[in-house]
Design a protein around this ligand. Sequence first.
Ligand SMILES: [Zn+2]
Ligand SMILES: [Zn+2]
Length: 270
Amino acid sequence: MKLTFIGTGAADWDWKNFPPGTRGSTATLIGASCLIDAGPSVLRGLAAAHVSPARINDLLITHSHSDHFNKEAILEIAAASRRRSLRVWAPPQALAALAAVVPDGAVEAHPVLPGDNFRIGTLRVVALPANHATSKKDEQTLNFAFSGGGVRLLYALDGAWFCTWARLFLKRFLDGAPLTAIIWDATCGATFNDWRFSEHNDLKMISAMREAMLKDGLVSPDAVHVFDHLARTLWPASQAAQQRLADRFKGILAQDGLVLTLNPIKKAKQ
Ligand SMILES: [Zn+2]
Ligand SMILES: [Zn+2]
């Protein structure tokens, strides 16, 4: 399973002026044609990664916060020529907001609720409820788990901690086979005990969850952990200091343009 990190920043980066070192709005390409989230800088990020919007067949939206859901950007992706309409999988409240601006037939809308299972090409997908609220009444932010080719990925942003139902839906989805990789909401970095604890993670929170998930059989001891959705104001400014933190907490630091290929984890020989 190939992952391309199109953008890796939280909402506090300057996407108008884009000074050097700016992380784009968080978006990740799964395989060749399935994009998660489309915030204000997604087109710039796609161009930098040499991904034509026409290649995107499926767009998954986690929630309608402006750093993940930009209607103009989605319209532009939808307008790229492709064999059929762009399929958008999203909470119903986000789809309703999109319907108000998108021309008829430009997208194929798929409302998604927590616990829903669906397929995107050869990938199996389940939507999980995240601990992360938007201002839209009743909107439930979604995280997603993917399974394909012996690889199982949890895309856990935005959100803090882990909900009961997320664990139960994930357990059912995995059916005893542990996760190969987790992409974490690591917004707060080493800014510990911050007030955002009920909507975003810091690296200690991730460590605690990771250990518990290991004990619970949800994640492989050899899994890849990626720290994503970094806040400019909560992580150190220097790349070297960011990297040291990622090393200390045993994960991969997400970077705009990073390409990661996940392979099935081989069982250790007895
Ligand atoms: Zn966000
Ligand atoms: Zn958010």
